[in-house]
Design a protein around this ligand. Structure first.
Ligand SMILES: *Cc1c(COP(=O)(O)O)cnc(C)c1O
Length: 386
């Protein structure tokens, strides 16, 4: 299509491009690691900032059986988009709109007696049966039913099941040390989960499904797959255990911006606020219209490079709210206004989100959740597109 085509809008200045075929590819890899266990793909936080609806469709096309989200609202967004696959929501306050979740056939995980009571009330009020899952805390000590609450939850659940307002489906838990495959706490948590399932059985409550593994455990601990695994980050092509293997994962997100300006800077001139970088010789710089308001952390100033064409150019000076500058060096033809500058991505030669994470002493999960504000999301690939 030519740029005169009225269907083609001007390309955004700063954008993320999500490769849906990479999502489907990564899910296929995770399905292989899961063996006979089903795969629930985690699309919380708008699909780790990749777009929950499009990612869900691509993931289902790649072999995912179910979807997992944090809140009821996130689950409802998927239903509104016409997604009919099973969806689990696992972190809501007791006053969440459980009625809407039940009406939309969303499976609800509870972490307390209070939350379970609220689900029961919503089910009674709507004369519909709620599907409930128990999220048990086996040692993460975060979300999940605390051990001292567990007996009370089981009693309450037995009553609600007997009353016919709740259908009990699953028990699951979440690991604290999944990215250290041989950590002893992993086995401790597995044993506690198995015991929680046995204690539910003592109350006549038999889950159809038990699950524990996130991405790291799916890839490194097949013995923990139970009936289903719950990968998130690996679906997006980012490896939680790079020291083990690359697993053939493909990063789905490319973060890029178009060069807004190219200019000469004379030797001795300072660039960007505070003049932290002084041109050592006459040079040419390119202005990249992406800054910390767009998800390029200010702490990366002077420490990253961008790819333009087949070359990599260093950022010089501070990252500002809306822009950063790269040094094209003695090659004034290195970039022109309108050229695409890749901040991070998955193609060969692209800077990698893992590198940003290493520089910032954080994890790539946080890096891909960064792009926001003016950043326009686009998609490539066909997986799940109808
Ligand atoms: C986020 C999350 C996952 C996915 O974890 P990854 O490390 O991204 O694979 C799985 N289960 C629960 C409960 C989560 O909150």
């Amino acid at each position: 299509m030519s740029s005169a085509d009225p269907r083609v809008r001007t390309r955004p200045q700063v954008e993320t491009i999500v490769d849906l075929d990479a999502i489907a590819h990564n899910v296929r890899i995770l399905c292989e690691h899961a063996g006979p266990a089903a795969v629930m793909v985690v699309v919380k936080a708008d699909g780790y900032n990749h777009g929950a609806v499009a990612v869900s469709r691509a993931a289902l096309a790649g072999g995912a059986a179910e979807l997992g989200v944090t809140t009821v609202d996130e689950a409802l967004e998927l239903r509104r988009a016409g997604i009919t696959a099973p969806i689990l929501t696992w972190l809501n306050t007791s006053d969440a709109d459980y009625g809407a979740a039940i009406a939309a056939d969303i499976e609800i995980a509870v972490s307390s007696v209070e939350q379970l009571r609220a689900v029961g009330r919503a089910a009674r009020a709507s004369a519909a049966v709620a599907t409930v899952t128990l999220k048990v805390d086996t040692g993460l000590n975060r979300n999940g039913i605390a051990p001292d609450q567990y007996p009370g939850v089981l009693e309450q659940l037995s009553r609600l099941v007997a009353e016919g307002v709740v259908r009990f489906r699953a028990i699951f838990s979440h690991l604290a040390h999944a990215d250290e495959p041989h950590h002893a706490v992993i086995d401790l948590q597995r044993d506690r989960l198995v015991r929680a399932v046995a204690r539910a059985a003592d109350h006549g409550l038999r889950p159809a499904v038990v699950h524990l593994s996130n991405s790291a455990a799916t890839l490194t601990r097949p013995d923990l797959a139970f009936d289903m695994v719950r990968p998130g980050i690996a679906v997006y092509g980012l490896n939680p255990v790079p020291e083990v293997s690359d697993f053939g994962l493909r990063p789905a997100m490319t973060f890029r911006a178009r060069v807004a300006l190219v200019k000469r800077v004379a030797a001795g001139e300072g660039v960007s606020y505070g003049h932290e970088w002084i041109a050592p010789h006459d040079t040419t710089v390119a202005l990249i219209p992406a800054g910390y308001a767009d998800g390029v952390p200010r702490a990366l100033g002077g420490r990253i490079s961008v790819r333009i064409g087949d070359r990599s150019y260093p950022n010089v000076g501070r990252v500002c709210m809306d822009q950063l500058v790269v040094d094209l060096g003695t090659d004034p033809a290195g970039a022109q206004e309108g050229d695409v500058a890749v901040l991070f991505g998955g193609a060969p030669g692209d800077p990698h989100a893992q590198h940003w994470a290493d520089l910032l002493d954080t994890i790539h999960y946080e890096i891909v959740c960064g792009p926001r504000g003016r950043v326009v999301r686009g998609y490539t690939g066909q997986a799940g597109v109808m």
